[in-house]
Write a protein that binds this ligand. Structure first.
Ligand code: PHE
Length: 342
């Protein structure tokens, strides 16, 4: 082999390397020229043994140079291909942080929260203040202080979840009446207490083991059933429209005397009777009554000086009446087809 053989080999290799477009092609060229057994450079050296000593050295040197040239050219081309692959990637996978994102649907307030806020707004306009109480309540506040002494048969209406004999998930918002009287102390007291309550009822179309109530309590001088009914009427008409009527029917609660259920005239038939109100013309909303003197006393208020009225109703029930929904469970299920209607 002469120098010119070596340089011819070098220029052939460099040309091939210059044209290679992929790492794969470069790999094949590398084997073709530098492969140990049958690469062109190895073959140049294959008959080195028969050469005279002086030529041996020259050939060895030329072959080494060729090898180094080719290796350098391969490395340079690899670097080039790498750089252009990265440049392509930067182009195709670039993230333009200024590009507007896909439109996100805007959420809205849950229908139960909407109704609760409406109720609060209406009653606040009459001078009522929102008072909150704990959901984990003592036996005394949930029952005893409300005249529901141990063994009282009416306790069965509030079948409750107990943590211990003295501690339970409150079964109604009425315990907040007592807490409010104790903390405010001096009448007049006008408060509403929205909040979650819990009862041992299996989930059905009309009841759930948890739901929300709004309690109202007024303690003042010489309040009458008429004041209470007028307040409920104002609230109902503000929420549902001026054409609605309210009626109260005698009932029983241990913490009010006298006690009533209050109904709202059906919005669909106007009170004549239809399928929606099961032909009654009226829809049951909640309970109410004049605060029992013993309950005032338990709240630290002198019943010879003051009297009061109170009511309690379910927010879900109000929402069902307002939107003609016939299954309470829908409010707590994540079905957007239902929830997005409101
Ligand atoms: N606490 C009663 C209930 O949960 C409702 C009520 C409240 C009745 C206030 C009268 C007065 O059913």
């Amino acid at each position: 082999m002469s120098d010119s053989d070596a340089s011819a080999l070098t220029s052939r290799a460099l040309a091939a390397i210059g044209q290679a477009q992929t790492e794969g092609e470069l790999g094949r060229i590398e084997v073709e020229y530098l492969g140990r057994k049958s690469g062109h450079v190895s073959r140049l050296l294959s008959n080195i043994g028969q050469l005279p000593a002086a030529e041996k050295a020259a050939l060895g040197k030329a072959a080494n140079e060729t090898k180094r040239f080719i290796e350098a050219a391969l490395a340079a081309r690899r670097a080039e291909l790498d750089a252009s692959r990265l440049a392509d990637l930067a182009e195709t996978e670039a993230i333009d942080v200024t590009f507007p994102g896909p439109p996100l649907g805007r959420g809205h307030i849950h229908v139960l929260t909407q109704i609760r806020r409406q109720i609060e707004t209406v009653l606040e306009s009459l001078g009522y203040q929102v008072e909150l109480g704990p959901e984990v309540e003592t036996e005394w506040y949930n029952f005893e202080a409300l005249n529901l002494t141990a063994g009282h048969p009416a306790r069965e209406s509030w079948d409750s979840f107990y943590f211990s004999p003295d501690l339970l998930l409150r079964a109604h918002t009425s315990p907040v009446q007592i807490r409010a009287m104790q903390s405010i102390k001096d009448p007049p007291i006008y408060i509403i207490t929205p909040g979650r309550v819990y009862r041992r009822d299996p989930p059905e179309a009309t009841r759930l083991p948890y739901f929300s109530q709004v309690e109202g309590l007024a303690v003042d001088n010489g309040l009458t059933v008429g004041d209470m009914k007028g307040t409920l009427l104002y609230m109902i008409q503000s929420l549902y429209g001026r054409e609605r009527k309210v009626r109260i029917r005698p009932s029983y609660f241990p913490f009010t005397e006298p006690s009533f259920e209050f109904d709202v005239s059906c919005g669909i038939c106007g009170g004549v009777g239809c399928k929606s109100c099961r032909h009654k013309g009226w829809l049951e909303v909640g309970g109410c009554g004049m605060v029992h003197p013993q309950v005032l006393r338990n709240g630290g208020i002198d019943p010879t000086q003051w009297n009061g009225y109170a009511w309690g109703f379910g927010i879900e029930r109000m929402a069902m009446l307002k939107h003609d929904v016939d299954d309470i469970r829908l409010f707590y299920e994540p079905d957007l087809r239902f929830l997005e209607q409101f």
